[in-house]
Design a protein around this ligand. Structure first.
Ligand SMILES: [Zn+2]
Length: 342
């Protein structure tokens, strides 16, 4: 029986399956790779972010509507798990999808990891000679007032380097060998200098000729980026070939950007509010992650949904296979003890 597409509770009642609740048992959710999933920690971080939103909005910043704020407060409050072979599988939860929510960003990072593993596996099956590069493009740190325009400029320069629709002579050799890319915009915050560091992490899939006839050295990448960004200084650029090519290695390299969580660690409250407001305004309604070329094509072929706007419950694609749960348990977050309890 499919429980995923329906309201899980109604489906469960119809199936006369008993949902365990009120047993007092604490949630321990272990991933297939043997790691205990940090549900309570993500919930604590998410509540810290909610608290900062409240403080900012009390000072007159119009950041979230009341109902969006409520969904942030309630993000991941109740988790319904199915159990099978001693393993737990999340089947229902409410996630707020607010850009700066640590709980939602963690779910997106699990989803991205799982998707990139599957896509890379497929890509290596179809084109086994594909080679991969990991590229980091940066600019000098900027103040909060210049963050938004800097991000715009970086996105535009990215297009010059990698889009077929943009003519940009210095990037011709790159485009000739490019099969696809994964692009992630990350913004870190330096609490000492109060500056922001926007940078792009890019995974490139290239034809083998890139490493022989058409090799592009790091200094050439820097020059290309400098020209595309129209900078009057030498930006920091890093490029690394991925030597041991496997789907897992590629997925580990292509991480969802979650560093915005560092605002929860700022000690000074006024400063934390200011950083939250700046990041909220600079990142709202922006795409942080883009799949391009072969990555996008295979994502479509495999019928995978969007990492940012898609399902955050079933973040591991193999989960959809296991349907015969032997039991169900509902856990709720209890703030007074900082844990999820059945
Ligand atoms: Zn959330």
């Amino acid at each position: 029986m499919y429980l995923y597409s329906m309201n899980a509770r109604i489906a469960l009642e119809q199936a006369f399956v008993k949902v365990e609740r009120g047993t007092g048992e604490e949630l321990v959710d272990v991933s297939d790779r043997g790691k205990v999933r940090p549900w309570a920690k993500k919930k604590v971080d998410s509540m810290k972010v909610a608290e900062l939103y409240k403080l900012a909005m009390d000072r007159g910043e119009e950041l979230l509507t009341q109902s969006r704020y409520q969904s942030l407060l309630q993000c991941g409050n109740s988790l319904l798990f199915g159990e099978q072979n001693g393993k737990k599988r999340l089947i229902k939860a409410n996630f707020c999808r607010i850009r700066l929510c640590p709980m939602c960003n963690w779910r997106k990072s699990l989803k991205m990891f799982s998707q990139v593993s599957r896509i890379s596996e497929e890509l290596l099956k179809e084109k086994s000679a594909t080679r991969f590069l990991f590229l980091t493009l940066t600019v000098k740190n900027v103040t909060g007032t210049r963050l938004s325009e800097t991000i715009d400029g970086m996105n535009k320069a990215f297009q010059y380097l990698f889009s077929e629709n943009r003519n940009f002579a210095p990037a011709a050799v790159v485009k000739k060998n490019l099969l696809g890319y994964l692009r992630a915009m990350e913004v870190t915050y330096n609490s000492k200098s109060r500056e922001y560091h926007p940078h792009l992490h890019i995974l490139l899939a290239v034809k083998p000729a890139y490493f022989s006839r058409d090799y592009v050295a790091q200094s050439q990448w820097r020059e290309m980026w400098r020209k595309a960004m129209k900078l009057d200084y030498e930006p920091m650029v890093n490029v690394k070939a991925i030597k041991q090519v496997s789907a897992k290695v590629i997925a580990e390299v292509a991480k969802y950007p979650t560093k915005t969580e560092d605002i929860t660690k700022i000690e000074d409250e006024e400063q934390a509010i200011e950083a939250l407001t700046t990041l909220h305004n600079a990142l709202k309604s922006r795409r942080l992650v883009t799949f391009g070329g072969c990555f996008r094509e295979i994502q479509r072929q495999l019928k995978l949904d969007d990492v940012e706007s898609g399902d955050l419950v079933h973040v591991e694609t193999e989960m959809k296979v296991s349907l015969n749960f032997v039991g169900y348990a509902l856990y709720s977050y209890r703030a007074e003890i900082g844990a999820y309890i059945c």
